[in-house]
Design a protein around this ligand. Structure first.
Ligand code: PGA
Length: 257
């Protein structure tokens, strides 16, 4: 089968870091460092909600870096204290939103069902979901990795028509690799990514070849290029290393190799 060229997609997940002022500084440094990468890799950053508006101004529409949110609520509006809707994210110039991050699943009660509702709300608002999946250490040790990821992918995308799947990015993030400094090997990542691609093919046919599958979990400048050289690793979702412009830029450049 002919291999399909997918543009690599690297997204920085800033988690609960950076005031608006600090976020503008980091975003500005990233934009400045991307002059020679422009267009060859898709790049996004996901600041906390309070910095979205400020970072949107710093990134400018049509520039080399897109804006992502870290979470969303599925309802359009209402009495949901603390929550933010997809329409509000679109209003803040977000083009992407992370959904189902393992920290949301583990610390905030996110389930496969809420992930699916959030994906639907985002698509309605024309925001592209980055759907996170991944197994815990206990699940990997019990040889349940593929079963867990299979369930999360199918449930997160359940019932979506094939043509909208092209708007989705899947991020495979083994929970044991997030923030721990323990990265999956390139072979471990590729094995799961290939399995995800197979599920996507069942769900979306040939559209599966367009869907980017990012790897996340302790991606650093020194392992990014090798991970992203795997045939089904189409980019990275980067936490800790996205908080320093030079590290994040080195990772983006790793996607070019
Ligand atoms: P990490 O986080 O790069 O700090 O491991 C990745 C993520 O949580 O998306």
């Amino acid at each position: 089968m002919a291999t399909v060229a997918r543009r690599k997609f690297v997204c920085g997940n800033w988690k609960m870091h950076k005031t608006a002022g600090e976020a503008i500084g980091l975003a500005t440094e990233i934009v400045a460092g991307l002059a020679d990468v422009r267009g060859k890799v898709q790049v996004a950053v996901a600041p906390p909600f309070t910095a979205l508006h400020a970072v949107a101004q710093a990134l400018t529409r049509g520039g080399p870096v897109e804006l992502a949110a870290q979470d969303v609520h599925w309802e359009k509006q209402g009495a949901f204290t603390g929550a933010v809707s997809a329409g509000m994210l679109a209003d803040a110039c977000c083009t992407h939103c992370i959904v189902g991050h393992s920290e949301r699943r583990q610390l905030f009660g996110e389930t496969d069902e809420t992930v699916r509702k959030k994906v639907g709300a985002l698509l309605q608002a024309n925001i592209r979901p980055i759907v996170c999946v991944g197994e815990t250490l206990a699940e990997r040790e019990a040889n349940r990795t593929l079963e867990v990821v299979d369930r999360q992918v199918r449930a997160g995308l359940a019932g979506l028509p094939a043509e909208v799947l092209a708007a989705i990015t899947v991020a495979y993030e083994p929970v044991w690799a997030i923030g721990t400094g323990k990265t999956a090997t390139a072979a471990q990542a590729q094995e799961v990514h290939a399995a995800v691609r197979k599920i996507l093919r069942e769900l979306g046919g040939v559209i599966a070849d367009q869907i980017r599958i990012q790897y996340g979990g302790s991606v650093k400048p020194d392992n990014a290029a090798e991970l992203m050289s795997q045939p089904d690793v189409d980019g990275a979702l980067v936490g800790g290393a996205s908080l320093k412009a030079s590290d994040f830029l080195a990772i983006v450049k790793g996607a070019l190799r």
